[in-house]
Design a protein around this ligand. Structure first.
Ligand code: ATP
Ligand code: MG
Length: 402
């Protein structure tokens, strides 16, 4: 009996002609998620929408399984064993998996995509079930059993397991292309970024900071957020854009109530320029309709007007509480809850405009040399790389004897 983890593909089983592409991306991601724990060659196709991973004896199964529960594109993660296609082997394996457990009722759930195996699923359920009932002195219960034994007969092998963890769902990261996400140290934008990863996007991060007027600590908070989100996409880029000078110029030249709208329009323009460099398909923000003054529908419209790429706002219809629940689940809550200086509360207007027209905003911008502002900011951008897990790279040296 070889200990294995079986993972089932989620939505990609529905993807028709593109299925091969999605599967390739998913297998790459499964391998990356556990790259520091098992050699990539141990992750193989198990046939019919599943991968099987042979487990080395020296590593905790729970650690590997836990990593796999954050891989987008998997519906579940099952810990069990591989056996030969033989009912005796199924009963033996099931008996071993249940040894020492306390339960009163059981169900056996068999799937048989491999029709070369002659015994039908119902019959396997009945025979294995009967054996287990006798051996453990329990009863069968098909609707609400204390324990379920799953058997999968597929591609010349069979897998038996009793524990099934819920997978992350969604689509494999990378399968949908790239997006550039505007990330701050708050609760919303990390959640919005995660949602795009869940839909198969590779997220490139951009953060605008107001150093030296705000502290390095708020940038560190963004770095921590990116590091924590990198768990879901394995490697990340973070562009840091100096924004203080731009804000000062806007403060000097423009009506106070419009400041935040003008900041946001500058952010979008710069982010879009980085998006072109990154060959990204869209921008992402954490905006939620009506949450603050800059996020009224009319102001979103005035801000959005400078973008030519789609600006995705996955949180546009969510309440703060719902966003915070996701932040807790994905591990960004504890980082975002720390106080930070926001580049936009610094130099924020006392009475912000809540219903700006595009005309009035464009008029205000006439005093600014937008091209030169953007060029200067882009010239001072820094780029940081993050990766998960932290694998030391080994290069093979093809040395020749002297
Ligand atoms: P968050 O919790 O993401 O900060 P928020 O509800 O506080 O969002 P705002 O601060 O008004 O809202 O920002 C709206 C959106 O603009 C953010 O979700 C983010 O996408 C983007 N944004 C705001 N500040 C920055 C920044 N300093 N750098 C990059 N993007 C930013
Ligand atoms: Mg914010």
């Amino acid at each position: 009996m070889q200990p294995v983890i079986i993972v089932h593909h989620h939505e990609i089983t529905l993807k028709g002609d593109n299925r091969g592409f999605f599967e390739k991306q998913l297998r790459r991601n499964v391998r990356l998620a556990i790259a520091d724990l098992v050699p990539s060659s141990t992750v193989v196709s198990g046939g019919y929408g599943r991968f099987v991973i042979d487990l080395p004896s020296n590593i905790s199964i729970e650690v590997i399984a836990d990593r796999l529960t954050t891989v987008f594109g998997l519906s579940n993660v099952c810990i069990g064993v591989r056996v030969q296609q033989d009912v005796e082997e199924f009963t033996g394996a099931a008996g071993q998996l249940l040894e020492g457990e306390t339960f009163r009722t059981i169900r056996v759930d068999t799937r048989r995509p491999d029709k070369n195996f002659p015994v039908r699923s119902m019959e396997v359920n009945a025979r294995v079930g009967e054996y287990l009932c006798k051996r453990f002195g329990v009863r069968a219960n098909l609707t609400a059993p204390d324990e379920t034994i799953f058997i999968e007969i597929v591609n010349g092998a069979a897998y038996v397991y009793r524990s099934k963890l819920k997978g992350a769902g969604g689509l494999p990261v990378g399968a949908s292309g790239r997006v550039v996400s505007l990330i701050s140290a708050g609760f919303d934008s990390p959640v919005a970024s995660w949602m795009l990863m869940k839909r198969g996007g590779t997220v490139v991060f951009v953060h605008f900071h107001s150093m030296p007027y705000t502290s390095e600590r708020s940038i560190d908070q963004v770095r921590q957020l990116v590091e924590s989100l990198t768990r879901y996409q394995f490697s990340s880029k973070l562009y840091l854009v100096p924004f203080a000078e731009i804000q000062q110029e806007i403060v000097l030249q423009s009506p106070q109530p419009l400041r935040v709208i003008l900041y946001r329009r500058m952010m979008l323009r710069i982010a879009e320029s980085l998006a072109h460099r990154e060959k990204a398909e869209a921008l992402v923000t954490g905006e939620s309709v009506g949450q603050v003054a800059s996020q009224t529908l009319r102001n979103i419209r005035a801000i959005n007007a400078v973008a030519t790429l789609p600006v995705l706002r996955p949180l546009s219809g969510t309440d703060k509480e719902e966003t915070i629940a996701v932040a807790r689940m994905i591990g960004t809550y504890d980082i975002s809850k720390e106080p930070y200086d926001d580049c936009c509360s610094f130099l924020a207007p006392r009475k912000p405009e809540t219903w700006a027209t595009i005309e009035e905003v464009e008029n205000a911008e006439k005093k600014l040399d937008i091209h030169s502002i953007i060029t200067r900011a882009l010239g001072r951008v820094t780029l940081e790389h993050f990766s998960f897990p932290h694998v030391t790279e080994t290069n093979a040296l093809e040395l020749q004897p002297n």
